[in-house]
Design a protein around this ligand. Structure first.
Ligand code: ADP
Ligand code: ZN
Length: 213
């Protein structure tokens, strides 16, 4: 089973990807995490991606598509995965359609998490993320029990370099220009599930699980 999570930065894709991967026993493939790991390890890929990420732009398709398709060829995601952050434009969606083509594979559902723009800005402002398991927290809306520490795994929380006001604005612009057309793309293929992304993570997760059934 392959499930794509679609939605703006701050819509809650990361949180829901973690919750769903536990519930459905599917590995999670998050393009942003793959890039951040490459950056940290200072690989060639990381060096190439860095400038784009800092500016809130998309990393070029050749680089991104190759990275994600390579990841999707690994044994642990051979039979399914939850995709978070990929595809992010039509070209990436077409490449994924080819890679996950029937009869061997298919994209089952695309979960579009819908959240208003004011709420997105608020969420991205105070976001803290676990270095170990990538679960996001919000300093006001959903703080961790112990400051600076992940409830789930005890990992250290940090703020992403691209969660500053200017870069957040750019990321939202890029989302509306390049990624939001995917809503129609997947609607046409009959795979889209539109989910109200307001409220706390458990409520949103309940809506997603109900819609997937
Ligand atoms: P968010 O969805 O919160 O913006 P991500 O962690 O998914 O954050 O992505 C962070 C950055 O990584 C993006 O701003 C972009 O530069 C790069 N990136 C991630 N996924 C893709 C993708 N599919 N195509 C191009 N660039 C990507
Ligand atoms: Zn953690």
């Amino acid at each position: 089973m392959y499930i794509i999570l679609l939605g703006a930065p701050g819509a809650g894709k990361g949180t829901q990807a973690v919750m769903l991967s536990e519930k459905l026993k599917l590995a999670q493939v998050a393009s942003g995490d793959l890039f951040r790991q490459a950056l940290q390890k200072e690989t060639e890929l990381g060096k190439k991606a860095k400038a784009y990420m800092e500016k809130g732009q998309l990393v070029p398709d050749e680089i991104t598509i190759q990275m994600v398709l390579e990841r999707l060829a690994a044994p642990d995601v051979k039979n399914g995965a939850i995709l978070d952050g990929f595809p992010r434009n039509i070209k990436q969606a077409q490449a994924l359609d080819k890679a996950l083509a029937p009869p061997k594979k298919k994209i089952d559902k695309v979960v579009y998490i819908k959240v208003g723009e004011a709420e997105l800005l608020k969420r991205l402002g105070g976001r803290w993320i676990c270095r170990k398991c990538q679960v996001p927290y919000h300093e006001v809306e959903s703080p961790p029990k112990v400051k600076g520490e992940c409830d789930r795994c005890g990992g250290e929380l940090y703020q992403r370099a691209d969660d500053n006001v200017a870069t957040v604005k750019k990321r939202l612009e890029v989302y509306f220009a390049e990624t939001s057309p995917l809503i129609d793309y997947y609607k046409k293929s009959g795979k889209l599930l539109e989910i109200n992304g307001d409220g706390n993570a458990a409520d949103v997760n309940g809506r997603i699980v109900a819609a997937l059934r």
